[in-house]
Design a protein around this ligand. Structure first.
Ligand code: ADP
Length: 429
């Protein structure tokens, strides 16, 4: 009897120790109790239960690790609350978007953290699961626009556990949308101005001015000038919109850039003093190396770049003067500089002149028939050639535009045949 009581108590102690181990998450099985008694079977059941707990624990841990991994590496922010609206979880992206630390927002109300408490209560979020956008400053100090979608989450029993908010960065989309709206409003404005003026001249002609030989020709001339400007603007808009929609593919060919440049400049030499240049006298100084530079470019597009820059140099130089065209080649780049002695561009305007419709002096540009789109076309074309362009000016006299194109020596045998830009155009003189 004493022996039986001893074995019973030893067995129970062993079971109790094993349960303690399991509670401490130590799933090693202690020494089995020998024999085939009730105590022994009870011990087996405890061990069995321990194995099940261990398995369940492992499954739980691995799914929680997986979930944490997913939440950490998600680019969207995720915030979860309890049923009272207090934050219980926020992933890394959410913390970065809102520029906060975990410990600063845990247990705080989601409506306060998102700064929406004036417009939404937690009950509103539960009831309408809204989609909203907020502006905030992220951890890099950048202003971002976040689109946030709220959704309820419930337990299997249907009981509401809280709200999950998904935060998506829509800064770029918002910016594009704003630019698109601005562009449409600019285009309407730009086209309405010449149309209104043409309409008023036509009305005046219709109401009798047509019979007046002193004014009729000038009214017709102005209308024609405005029509020309509209046509130019529409052509520029078509070019830009084709570049925007990526429907333009560069038609590159290997050419001698030196010959190509001389050919382009010869055209400008021929129009000095003509009506095309408002009878302005100017002189083109060429600082161009003799050695050919073979490059693969789209000649039509690059021709348009030179055309726009040269035309601007003439347009914005009231007294004509010298236009210096300088070409330089390094091992990796080709630099084309076009400098004029014109009115210059104020420093504050320099960063904006490549924007669509931006003009330093609107009236002067319009008067010269400008569309305000020439430089944005230049920038887009150069970008398509993987290059860049900028302007420099002291704001008083003269502006220099620098175009930089990537250059790598081409494997050519310098065979001139069959290439229209292969002969030195000065030879034609
Ligand atoms: P626009 O059709 O008005 O000439 P651009 O896009 O070609 O449009 O040029 C934008 C603005 O930049 C012009 O309106 C003008 O104010 C300024 N600009 C461009 N080139 C020159 C230059 N060479 N000298 C002075 N200002 C210039």
């Amino acid at each position: 009897m004493i022996f039986f009581t001893y074995r019973l108590s030893k067995g129970l102690n062993q079971i109790s120790d094993q349960i303690d181990d399991f509670t401490e998450k130590n799933y090693t099985v202690r020494k089995q109790i020998r024999g085939n008694t009730e105590i022994n079977r009870l011990y087996d059941k405890v061990v069995n239960l321990g194995e099940k707990i261990e398995h369940a624990q492992e499954t739980l841990e691995s799914s929680s690790t997986r979930l944490n991994g997913i939440l950490t590496y998600m680019t969207d922010g995720v915030i979860a609350t309890d049923r009272r609206g207090k934050i219980v979880l926020a992933n890394t992206a959410a913390l970065e978007y809102l520029n906060v630390k975990d410990q600063d927002i845990l247990s705080r109300k989601i409506t306060d953290v998102l700064g929406i408490n004036e417009n939404y209560s937690f009950r509103d979020l539960l009831e309408s699961e809204p989609e909203i956008t907020i502006d905030c400053e992220n951890n890099m100090g950048e202003f971002t626009t976040l689109w946030i979608k709220f959704a309820l989450f419930r337990r299997q029993s249907g009981f509401i556990s809280g709200v999950v908010a998904v935060l998506h960065d829509v800064t770029e989309q918002e910016k594009n949308e704003r630019e698109r709206r601005l562009f449409v409003s600019n285009v309407s404005h730009e086209l309405r101005t010449p149309l209104t003026s043409i309409k008023s001249y036509l009305e005046a002609l219709d109401e009798g001015a047509l019979q007046d030989p002193d004014i009729a020709p000038s009214f017709i001339k102005v209308s024609l000038k405005e029509t020309d400007r509209m046509i130019r603007m529409i052509l520029d808009l078509v070019t830009l919109s084709r570049m925007d929609s990526d429907t333009i593919v560069l038609e590159k060919e290997v050419i001698n850039l030196i010959a190509f440049l001389h050919y382009q400049l010869n055209r400008f030499d021929q129009i000095v003093g003509s009506t095309e240049t408002n009878e302005k006298q100017f002189k083109i100084i060429r600082q161009i190396p003799l050695q050919p530079i073979w490059m693969e470019i789209d000649t039509d597009k690059l021709g348009q770049v030179i055309d726009n820059l040269m035309n601007n140099a003439i347009k914005y130089s009231p007294d004509g003067g010298k236009i210096t065209v300088n070409l330089e080649q390094t091992n990796t780049q080709v630099l084309l500089r076009i400098s004029d002695e014109g009115m210059g561009i104020p420093k504050k305007d320099l960063p904006k002149i490549f924007d669509r419709f931006y003009r330093v002096d609107k009236a002067r540009s319009r008067n010269q028939g400008g569309s305000g789109l020439g430089l944005s076309i230049v920038r887009d074309i150069i970008k398509m050639h993987d290059g860049f362009v900028w302007a420099k000016s002291d704001g008083k006299t003269g502006t220099t535009f620098t175009v930089v194109l990537p250059y790598a020596p081409l494997e050519t045998d310098n065979d001139d045949e069959g290439n229209s830009w292969s002969n030195h155009p000065d030879d034609d003189h």
